[in-house]
Design a protein around this ligand. Structure first.
Ligand code: FMN
Length: 162
């Protein structure tokens, strides 16, 4: 299996939501990264996971963090998502934020927010599989989720619901 591009394209046929994970590194400057690898894992205990590219400039900070906040994005967050997916663009300056008990800020208008303690870090090839134990979660009002599919942003055609 050598054709990486074809592999990525095949993987891209699986539609996902989009999240921003935030952390508060030792320098106290909050940082974020756009991810679509977020997955629920366990209800009891409450565990979620996301995968992080070991080559990312943000890898050291996120893998060393005692905790992080996972923010589920809505369609209005496309610009925020694109910005925090740019290489080297980690700052949350200018983005609407709110405080969390955990420490790293949450996106003020995320569809849902999961405050996680770092629970485990597993080998995942060129990525690391970061498992978080959910300490607190908040669900904000209804909204349409941002979707990523075949390398492009989109939305569900029917996103109504409670
Ligand atoms: C929709 C989308 C989803 C992404 N999902 C992930 C992901 O799950 N894990 C990851 O490590 N990078 C993911 N990325 C890439 C990062 O957001 C970022 O581009 C990458 O870390 C390169 O920047 P850096 O080296 O400054 O960290 C995604 C990018 C986009 C646009």
């Amino acid at each position: 299996m050598t054709d990486k591009r074809a592999f990525r394209q095949a993987l891209g046929t699986y539609p996902t939501g989009v999240a921003v994970v935030t952390a508060l590194p030792a320098d106290r400057k909050p940082m974020g990264i756009t991810v679509n690898s977020f997955t629920s894992v366990s209800l009891e205990p409450p565990l979620v996971l996301w995968c992080m590219d070991r080559r990312s400039k943000r890898f050291a900070a996120f893998s060393a963090a005692e905790g992080y906040v996972i923010n589920i994005l809505g369609t209005e967050h496309e610009e925020v998502s694109a910005r925090l997916a740019q290489p080297g663009s980690h700052s949350l300056e200018g983005i609407g934020l709110c405080q969390t008990e955990l420490g790293p800020p949450a996106l003020a208008d995320a569809l849902a927010v999961f405050e996680c303690a770092a629970h485990a870090c597993h080998d995942g090839g060129d990525h690391a599989i970061l498992v978080g134990r959910v300490l607190r979660f908040h669900r904000h009002g209804p909204g349409a989720p941002l979707v990523f599919y075949r390398g492009a942003y989109g939305a569900l055609s029917k996103a109504a619901g409670p």
